[in-house]
Write a protein of this length. Structure first.
Length: 319
């Protein structure tokens, strides 16, 4: 199995760093992927039960590699191109899930979520394995956030899994990254949005995030406050700290992230004068020329936020 799963992962790592390539390299890569995917599909159909041939990491590496390649725009892969591989992969992985560790489980589900291959039985059995790993403290950090992100991305509200995570006292303890905190809170909000039933977990996430906000990317700042605002949850310390760290960086936000940031502040009635001034100026004459390039939905969210916070800027609304 080694050579079959090694090549997709090598290709994925190379393409993730080399978006620009000649047409010949693209063509040859696609030819290789077709051959390898057919080989892998046959292995998953006929040899997956043999633990000497196929190990949990092989399932995970395959899903991760093809999901990473799907994200490479130059290759122009589509979800439907991968169904022939991911269906046998899922069916073969289900009976082997009790053998998966946290990393293999997280990478496997992340791959399926990115490729948008919905296999409900796979995710149901995976949720039970995730709970076991969580109880034995073997599913934490990035692996846990990958699992939760995958369920939320697929819109699969597995209440047993999310309740188990919410009841775990160590979710945000230890060396947790900005991505880990943001993805977990985002996942809970997307699945249980507008309910606010996991207030204790969200507060713990906010307290873990505040000391680390300096390391948060602009997208992570926007996603963080959205996770609270989407549930109409208010955390004064978090919103004040995010506003502080967003000031001076408004020009760095992508259009969608800026609209999400401002919408989130307006949703909980948080009005930061300095931030609003900077955002208004950036909308009018910033380097990204947002009024010209921002899509209608993002622009609508921005204007709604200014209106809700009673920000009177005739020049902005007139423009």
């Amino acid at each position: 199995m080694c050579s079959s799963d090694l090549w997709p992962s090598r290709l994925a790592r190379w393409w993730s760093k080399n978006e620009k390539a000649t047409a010949e390299i693209v063509h040859r890569t696609l030819d290789v992927l077709v051959l390898i995917s057919r080989n892998l599909a046959d292995i998953f159909r006929f040899k997956a039960e043999d633990s000497q041939v196929v190990q949990p990491r092989h399932f995970a590496i395959t899903a991760w590699a093809y999901a990473t390649l799907l994200r490479c725009r130059t290759l122009q892969l589509h979800t439907e191109n991968l169904t022939g591989l991911f269906r046998p992969l899922a069916e073969a992985a289900v009976p082997r899930l009790p053998e998966f560790d946290g990393q293999s489980l997280g990478n496997l589900l992340w791959g399926f979520a990115v490729v948008r291959q919905v296999h409900r039985r796979l995710f149901f059995v995976a949720s039970r394995r995730a709970i076991q790993l969580l109880q034995s403290e073997e599913l934490l950090g990035q692996n846990l956030s990958n699992v939760l992100w995958s369920f939320s991305q697929m819109r699969l509200a597995n209440h047993a899994l999310f309740e188990a995570v919410a009841g775990c006292p160590d979710v945000f303890r230890g060396p947790v990254s900005s991505q880990h905190i943001t993805n977990i809170l985002w996942a809970f909000s997307r699945i249980h949005g507008k309910i606010g039933m996991f207030r204790t977990l969200c507060d713990a996430g906010a307290e873990a995030a505040i000391p680390k906000l300096q390391s948060f990317k602009t997208q992570e700042l926007a996603n963080l406050v959205w996770a609270f605002a989407n549930q109409t949850l208010y955390h004064e310390g978090l919103f004040a700290a995010v506003a502080h760290h967003a000031r001076g960086r408004i020009a760095d936000f992508e259009n969608f992230d800026l609209s999400q940031l401002l919408w989130s502040f307006a949703k909980v009635w948080w009005r930061d004068v300095s931030l609003m001034k900077e955002a208004a100026q950036d909308m009018l004459c910033g380097p990204k020329q947002r009024l010209k390039h921002m899509c209608a939905q993002d622009l609508g969210c921005v204007l709604w936020a200014f209106a809700m916070l009673q920000w009177q800027d005739e020049e902005l609304f007139r423009a």
